[in-house]
Design a protein around this ligand. Structure first.
Ligand SMILES: [Zn+2]
Length: 182
């Protein structure tokens, strides 16, 4: 399977799992941690290491980089929660040294975006904000750097790049490099 298929099957799994729950925006990530009984330990991790889930050494817990902004922390927590929910049985193959190279991390990133931008809410707001999919990278860059994109991302408490990648992944924007958004 290719990375895009791993990502899509994880999005569908999370979407299906969440379908029986009321949609709350922003998504209560901390509540999911409480329900899972999964502790979070904030620590001054090295730059570039956003978070990690520690499994197989006593009770599992998540290490979270204390220097991340609040929205980046939410994404990191959602990412680790996807590992916790879906990847525990394949423990010997992770944690991986690099968040962005293994298929598990491709899945965790896709699942995290799906979790934080729940499908029914995301589609409704996409229709309200955009009306129809953006056809060109220029239109996408113009949108993603606009106050509308910032407001939309803020509602869900995600960073603008996470919103941008999700728009691309769900076909609301063309694939390609997002313009400067920081
Ligand atoms: Zn990961």
């Amino acid at each position: 399977m290719h990375a895009a298929q791993w990502a899509e099957s994880m999005r569908l799994a999370v979407r299906h799992a969440m379908a029986s729950q009321p949609v709350l925006i922003p998504v209560p990530v901390n509540q999911f941690y409480q329900q899972a009984g999964l502790p979070v330990v904030e620590a001054p991790l090295p730059t570039g290491l956003e978070s990690a889930i520690v499994l197989g050494v006593g009770d599992p817990f998540v290490l979270l980089n204390a220097q991340l902004g609040p929205f980046a922390q939410r994404f990191a927590l959602a990412h680790e929660l996807i590992h916790y929910w879906y990847h525990q049985s394949i423990l010997p193959y992770f944690p991986s040294p690099n968040h962005y190279q293994s298929p598990l991390d491709t899945e965790a990133n896709a699942g995290a975006a799906e979790l934080l931008l729940p499908y029914p809410w995301f589609m409704t707001t996409a229709h309200q904000v955009l009306g129809q999919p953006l056809r060109t990278l220029a239109a996408f860059t113009a949108f993603i750097t606009s106050p509308d994109a910032r407001r939309w991302a803020n509602q869900a408490r995600v960073t603008v790049p996470v919103l941008g990648y999700h728009l691309q992944d769900l076909g609301w924007a063309p694939l390609g490099k997002i313009g400067p958004t920081h």
